[in-house]
Design a protein around this ligand. Structure first.
Ligand SMILES: C[S@@+](CC[C@H](N)C(=O)[O-])C[C@H]1O[C@@H](n2cnc3c(N)ncnc32)[C@H](O)[C@@H]1O
Length: 818
């Protein structure tokens, strides 16, 4: 820019000098050519310069001034050249050409005057007033208007102006070279142009703004300044319009009105706000959408929506009193629904499986050493003989039925396991296995029982949950001792005890539950809700308490029938079970009703059967020697008599062990029945008389029966040892007969199951020699059985092996009983 400026100045200087020289030629300079700069040419030149300068620095005021200077200098140069040319041609031109040149000169002068005025205002904005004062002919009017109004007789003034112009141009160029970046405010330079023409209006506007600035704050002043700036810019736009159009009046009025409009509007708003700060705000905006109406409750068909909440319970009187037509709040029931509901009814189930343990702080029994497994003590381990008969026990149950009541192992009180049963989870004869998992899981619910303190029977056991019928509850465990050891303990250790926890076990062994499980606290009842059963689990006898046929409800006290006979009539212990048919003593259940104990009414002297309530019964009512059984007085068992009976029982068992080897079990039961069993047993007599029962439905099975047959318990009575023996013998016979027969004649019932496939490749589970019970009942035996009992023994053909064995066992048991 500086380079171009210098170039322009270098080229302009001689031009100016030329113009000056031409001016000195005075009136001859009126002949100017038409190439003199016109506003259009100036604009084109300016635009071309703008295009060239677009990539360079653009200090707008200086560039514009430079352009104006160039334009003016070019015009002056052209004027000079034309003047010189005209000087050369003047003598040769005609009078008409002279007139034309005069007209052109007039136009050129007016254009030159306009350019000079623009240049002057651009270069010397600060001296606009000076210019106006110095050059009064240009001051108040625009160049266009001036040129249009100026008479052509002012040529001398034009020359003076041109001289002044030259001086100022020189001065400006000198300043431009010395200080290339003269920062002239653009607005002021532009405004100066306007001021020259709109001075009065601008003065008025600035006067108003000044007043407004004095009143308003900084922000308002800024707004006013901004409006002023906008107004100035807007007012400068028409500068590019050709001056020939001559429309200064609207161009002048528009910026002033804009300024005033902007400032006045802001000012009026601010003044209005300041004047009335407490005025109410304007009206809220109009909502374009209809507000959503939300319902607080549902509606029935035909019900009108209301804002009030529905009143479900409104009396008829209040409804009538209100006088408002009432709406139906609920739909009417279908017709006859009430009668149908009454007629059909529906099943419902009350809460059954309730867990309700006792709160903390219950009295706990003293001197209870707990053990949950049987422990062989002394010679009991060496004298114990494993039950070899277990090898013959293998059930043949199907998966569909599981090990239900027809399971042979169940019938003989053998628990199924992987060694004697091929079923898995479907097996329903694994009570002790279930109990093991339950106790292993722990927790009061899984244990299911807890010790309570009774009113008159010492401690007892209650359930804190429900048990299904025949479900195993708790195992009776303790120390397994021999009879000799039992006698020794009775003499020395338990000689001062009032309660004994001794129970006959198996093979003349005795369980001493003094150190044992919680089952030792279960009391006796003449109407028990549980039963104590001995089972053989993995070849070893184990005893456990099972729920009765009615199951156990939460909170019930558990009891079973001790069913032991006192050694003598003197050793009778009074029963406080409170059952309706209580026998009155802790003894065996009498065979008939006549033998039930009767209490003599001392007042009336009559003998009557008295119903004793365990908690309400007075001890005087059950006088020690007033219980009568079969017309004989029986003494309540004292601790001393119990000791004696235990001693005698042990002695008897010891002597009997050597006498009856083959009839050990039977003789033991019979001997105990005849001469009194001193220890609680597991219903030996009942076992001897046990008969095979058909599958029985459990009480309440509709609601409480387990979904899986694995949870079924055994309600069967225990078969006698002799029955077991005969069953096993028959099974062995059948096995031998089966072995003699052709395998082709004994087709398997389930050929798809490898364990039952006949032939040279038997199933992998059991070898035929080790499980003779798997063989079918021989045809000869079956025929003979059918001949003897045709109505009861069904043909074995087509029946399963288990059914055949069961049929043979039933026949044998009937013959034994007969
Ligand atoms: C195996 S213990 C039972 C637990 C015992 N109640 C306790 O506190 O340890 C047997 C003894 O309990 C008492 N007993 C059990 N049932 C009874 C009953 N129905 N009536 C009276 N006493 C009973 C008798 O003293 C019996 O000798």
């Amino acid at each position: 820019m500086a380079r171009r400026t210098s170039r322009v100045s270098a080229s302009a200087t001689p031009g100016l000098a030329g113009v000056h020289a031409h001016d000195t030629a005075d009136d001859m300079s009126l002949d100017v050519p038409e190439q003199l700069l016109t506003p259009e040419a100036s604009r084109s030149e300016t635009s071309s310069n703008n295009e060239n300068a677009s990539t360079e620095e653009k200090p707008a005021p200086r560039r514009r001034s430079t352009r104006v200077a160039r334009v003016s200098l070019q015009a002056a140069d052209t004027l000079d050249n034309n003047a010189s040319a005209e000087e050369d041609e003047t003598p040769k031109s005609s009078s008409q050409a002279y007139v034309d040149s005069l007209a052109k000169a007039k136009r050129t002068r007016s254009s030159l005057r306009h350019s000079i005025a623009v240049m002057e205002s651009s270069l010397f904005p600060g001296t606009a007033n000076d210019t106006m004062t110095d050059d009064h002919s240009m001051a108040p009017d625009t160049p266009v208007s001036k040129s249009s109004q100026e008479p052509p007789s002012e040529d001398m003034a034009t020359s003076l102006q041109q001289r002044n112009l030259r001086k100022r141009v020189k001065k400006a160029l000198a300043q431009d070279e010395g200080t290339p970046k003269i920062k002239t405010p653009k607005s002021s330079s532009r405004g100066s142009v306007r001021r020259s023409t709109r001075l009065s209006i601008v003065d008025k506007a600035s006067d108003l703004l000044g007043r407004a600035s004095s009143v308003l704050g900084k922000r308002s002043r800024d707004l006013s300044e901004k409006g002023k700036e906008l107004g100035r810019r807007a007012s400068l736009r028409p500068r590019n319009v050709a001056p020939e159009k001559e429309e200064p009046t609207p161009a002048l009025a528009e910026p002033a009105s804009k300024k005033r409009r902007v400032s006045e509007s802001d000012l009026s708003k601010l003044q209005a706000q300041e004047a009335s700060p407490s005025e109410e705000p304007t009206a809220p905006p109009v909502q374009r959408y209809k507000p959503k109406r939300w319902l607080s409750h549902g509606l029935y068909t035909g019900q009108e929506p209301t804002d009030s909440p529905p009143k479900q319970r409104r009396s008829k009187t209040s409804a009538k009193a209100s006088g408002i037509p009432q709406q139906r709040k609920i739909m009417p029931m279908p017709m006859f629904v009430g009668s149908r509901m009454i007629q059909n009814g529906r099943d419902y189930q009350v809460p059954f499986d309730i867990f309700s343990p006792l709160p903390h702080g219950q009295p706990k029994p003293d001197e209870w050493r707990k053990t949950n497994k049987n422990v062989f003590i002394g010679d009991a381990a060496s004298e114990w003989k494993a039950n070899k008969k277990l090898e013959l026990s293998t059930c043949m149950c199907e998966e569909e039925t599981g090990c239900d009541e027809d399971c042979q192992n169940r019938y003989m009180f053998y628990e199924c396991d992987s060694g004697n049963c091929r079923l898995g989870p479907e097996c329903g004869n694994r009570n002790f296995h279930e109990l093991k998992h339950r106790t292993k899981a722990g927790g009061k619910y899984n244990v299911g029982v807890e010790v309570i303190k009774t009113a008159d029977r010492g401690y007892g056991v209650r359930s804190n949950r429900t048990f299904e019928p025949n479900q195993i509850i708790v195992e009776y465990t303790g120390e397994i001792i021999t009879q000799i050891e039992c006698e020794r303990r009775m003499r020395s250790v338990y000689k001062n005890n009032e309660c004994y926890y001794l129970m006959y076990f198996d093979q003349n062994m005795i369980i001493d539950a003094t150190r044992g499980s919680i089952a030792r606290f279960v009391n006796h009842s003449c109407e028990p809700n549980c039963r104590m059963e001995k089972w053989t689990v993995a070849g070893k006898p184990r005893m456990a308490l099972f729920a009765g046929e009615n199951g156990i409800m939460t909170g019930q006290e558990l009891s079973y029938d001790y069913n032991f006979n006192p050694y003598s009539s003197k050793n009778v212990q009074k029963c406080r079970c409170g059952a309706e048919n209580c026998r009155g003593i802790l003894g065996p259940r009498p065979k008939d009703k006549d033998q039930r104990p009767k209490v003599v009414d001392e007042k009336k002297g009559l003998k009557k059967t008295k119903k004793l309530a365990g908690t309400k019964r007075k001890l005087a009512d059950a006088d020690e020697n007033t219980t009568v059984r079969g017309g004989k007085k029986r003494r309540m068992i004292t601790s001393k008599s119990i000791k004696a009976s235990v001693k005698k029982a042990v002695a008897k068992a010891t002597s009997a062990r050597g006498k009856a080897a083959a009839k050990k079990t039977v003789s033991r039961g019979k001997a105990a029945t005849k001469k009194g069993v001193k220890l609680p047993t597991v219903k030996t007599a009942a076992r001897i008389k046990a008969a095979v029962r058909g599958p029985r439905r459990k009480a309440g099975t509709a609601k409480t029966s387990p979904a899986s047959p694995a949870k079924k318990a055994s309600p069967l009575k225990r078969p006698s040892a002799e029955t077991k023996k005969q069953i096993l013998a028959a099974a062995a016979k059948g096995s031998r007969a089966q072995a003699r027969k052709s395998p082709a004649k004994s087709p398997a019932k389930s050929p798809g199951k490898p364990g039952r496939k006949p032939g040279p490749k038997p199933g992998p589970r059991k070898a035929p020699t080790k499980s003779p019970i798997k063989a079918r009942m021989p045809d000869s035996k079956a025929k003979s059985t059918a001949a003897s009992n045709p109505a009861k023994v069904k043909p074995t053909k087509g029946k399963s092996l288990g059914a055949s064995v069961r049929s043979a066992a039933q026949t044998l048991m009937r013959s034994v009983k007969g």
